[in-house]
Design a protein around this ligand. Structure first.
Ligand code: 5GP
Length: 159
């Protein structure tokens, strides 16, 4: 995978902690680390939006925090899809308070047409149109994560 090679080259001298935001990004994370040839460390964070749980409000509750300290370490956040950017913006602000050496973002999918907050995405797999997608770890009400490919749900509104 091309992204794994780029990440390996960029962090050759000081490998990062890859932080995966659960749950949609797990399959991407698993494939990504296998495509690197540097000794990355991995950690996980689970978050949920306040409110009705479907609409991205930007106010996020941390359900499961990192187990590693990121202070003075390079951090690479690994996401499944960045949509409005609100969730990631909150996570970035939270992680910055722990004084990492740097924070970059790697996302498999970028739905940039719906962005509400300007974020710098350092590594992007694919730009996708304004359609709800499932499969390869991404769910609809916890289903379809097992599909081996990414599919568009034609009739599904993006929440
Ligand atoms: P944001 O805060 O950027 O609007 O939302 C990002 C999160 O919403 C993603 O990490 C993902 O969990 C979820 N999400 C956004 N768009 C989709 C989509 O098309 N399909 C799925 N399954 N989840 C999505």
């Amino acid at each position: 995978m091309e992204l794994g090679a780029r990440i390996s080259d960029d962090y050759r001298d000081d490998p990062p902690i890859l932080v995966n935001v659960l749950k949609g990004g797990i399959i991407f994370m698993a494939d990504l680390i296998r495509a690197t040839d540097i000794s990355v460390e991995i950690d996980f964070m689970e978050v949920s939006s306040y409110g009705d749980g479907t609409e991205s409000s930007g106010v996020v509750r941390i359900l499961e925090d990192l187990s590693l300290s990121i202070t003075d370490r390079h951090v690479l956040i690994v996401e499944d899809i960045v949509d409005t950017g609100l969730t990631l913006h909150y996570i970035l602000e939270n992680l910055e308070t722990r004084h990492p050496k740097s924070i970059r973002i790697c996302t498999l999918l970028d739905r940039r047409g719906r962005r509400e907050i300007d974020l710098q995405l350092d590594y992007v797999g694919f730009v996708v149109p304004d359609k709800f997608v499932i499969g390869y770890g991404l769910d609809l009400a916890q289903k379809y994560r097992n599909l081996p490919h990414i599919a568009v749900l034609e009739d599904e509104e993006i929440p």
